[in-house]
Design a protein around this ligand. Structure first.
Ligand code: TRP
Ligand code: ZN
Length: 461
């Protein structure tokens, strides 16, 4: 399907009369990609999702997932049909605003044709019943993303995409939405996800776990972990804190002891970045050799146990919690600007290490500045380079160079004003540079040009 190709394909009843002023609606298919230059097929065009409400059942024995997704959205063009991303799963009955809609699979896209066209600006609700055996997406450069089955359950996570392996979604961070999950699993199995825990009910040997994330969330930040976990729920700073440790790991081992410092690390970061942006805290540890990473899943980061093999470790906790401000609450509009996530999360590691009385930020900077491959610019790393050393380390060096250039006062003001002003939003590098210039009163063009886009060592700030 070509971008914006084709004309009016609405069938069935005529659409509602257009508003008395303006031209009549011109129904066209929504684009099959949201328009990210790095990943042209990610996400979809023509609508904006407000919320996902998932009611799912997972059977660890068969690996079968089934249920329904209620997607509330608003048309951003006159829509004859639209796509949702859905990989390896099969849609059954689909309705739009209560009326049966046609749904066809086209690779990892679900193409939904409502009974009538949807005019621009109109809110609509799509309900998709679906089922299947979820599978991960494999990207040659960026690794595995999405649903992975385990001996006792499954988990879903991955960046830059993963959500489409377990629910129909506009799978791109530019379309953030609220998220509610009711996950039914056999009694005795835990199901942990994002946000605030709700009711847990058991019926006929199946337990339903409910989770609500009411702050808009980028789709790759949705996660679920199903299996044998010790789930501890407490309150931190007046908000629920949910920590899940696999039963295969000791209850008081390094993973559990690292997670136990979540509140303390979040509170430290709040002194630098302003108030914690979400309604819940927590963390999920995965004891699975396929997970050699951590991910900043919203309000509840996921950590591979590999981080804790040699003892308690809070640097990674500082990194993932920093993302709650930089990456989650303030999210990317386009993947090209990923240094805004990783540069700041890496810089937060330096701030935390300095706070802990270990390496100072200046030492962390100097060590890297002395020896680095400057050939890859972090401001345009290419789709295969979005998780490169340049993005993380030179990204953090860029933050430090900014600090040295504008001084601590303006710098730490900016670290709070930016997340406050852009809270729950989507941003670009250009907007960040403008904010830094406004906060400091300085022209920072040449600084950012050298640090983000140059291919040689920038001058020492
Ligand atoms: N964004 C993650 C971090 O910095 C790292 C990451 C990159 C990742 N790609 C991933 C995690 C894929 C999980 C899956 O913490
Ligand atoms: Zn990160």
């Amino acid at each position: 399907m070509a971008l914006l190709a084709g004309g009016c394909t609405s069938d069935g009843a005529p659409p509602a009369a257009p508003p008395s002023s303006g031209p009549p609606p011109d129904f066209r298919p929504g684009a099959e990609g949201i328009g990210d230059p790095y990943f042209p097929k990610y996400g979809n065009g023509g609508y904006d999702v407000g919320g996902y409400d998932l009611k799912l059942r997972y059977d660890p024995k068969s690996g079968q997932l089934r249920g329904s997704a209620t997607v509330t959205a608003t048309a951003t063009q006159d829509l004859s049909r639209f796509n949702l991303d859905l990989a390896h799963l099969v849609a059954g009955k689909v309705t739009v605003d209560g009326r049966a809609a046609r749904a066809t699979a086209d690779g990892n896209e679900l193409v939904i044709t409502p009974a009538a066209g949807i005019t621009r600006g109109t809110a609509f609700t799509a309900v998709i019943e679906y089922s299947g055996r979820p599978e991960a997406l494999r990207n040659e450069e960026l690794g595995v993303g999405g649903w992975l089955r385990t001996d006792d359950g499954a988990f879903a996570l991955g960046e830059p995409e993963s959500a489409s392996t377990w629910f129909p979604v506009n799978d791109h961070p530019a379309d953030k939405a609220t998220f509610a999950l009711a996950m039914t699993v056999p009694a005795g199995v835990e199901a942990i996800s994002n946000g605030v825990p709700g009711e847990r009910t058991t019926d006929a040997g199946w337990t339903t776990w409910t989770w609500t994330e009411k702050a808009p969330m980028a789709s790759y930040l949705a996660t679920v972990a199903i299996g044998q976990y010790r789930v501890s729920t407490s309150t931190h700073a007046g908000k629920p804190m949910v920590i899940a440790i696999p039963e295969s790991l000791p209850a008081d081992g390094p993973a559990a002891r690292s997670m136990a410092r979540t509140g303390e690390v979040a509170d430290f970061l709040a002194t630098r970045f302003g108030p914690y942006p979400f309604d819940a805290y927590g963390g999920i540890v995965l004891d699975d050799d396929r997970v050699g990473y951590a991910l900043e899943t919203q309000s509840r980061p996921v950590y591979g146990n590999t981080f804790f093999r040699s003892g308690t470790q809070t640097t990674v906790v500082a990194h993932e919690l920093a993302h709650q401000w930089f990456g989650d609450s303030v999210a990317l509009e386009r993947w090209k600007d990923i240094w805004l996530n990783e540069g700041f999360a890496s810089y937060a590691e330096w701030l935390w290490q300095e706070h802990e009385g270990a390496t100072t930020a200046e030492q962390n900077f100097a060590r890297r500045y002395a020896s680095f491959d400057w050939s890859e610019p972090p401001g345009d790393p290419g789709p295969e380079g979005i998780f490169s050393q340049s993005v993380y380390q030179r990204g953090a060096m860029t933050v430090h160079a900014l600090r040295k250039t504008i001084g601590d006062e303006a710098f730490f003001r900016l670290l709070k004003s930016w997340p406050a002003e852009q809270r729950n939003g989507n941003v670009t590098t250009t907007e960040f540079i403008a904010a830094a210039e406004k906060e400091s009163g300085k022209d920072l063009d040449s600084l950012f040009q050298a640090w983000l886009f140059g291919t040689t060592q920038p001058p020492r700030p």
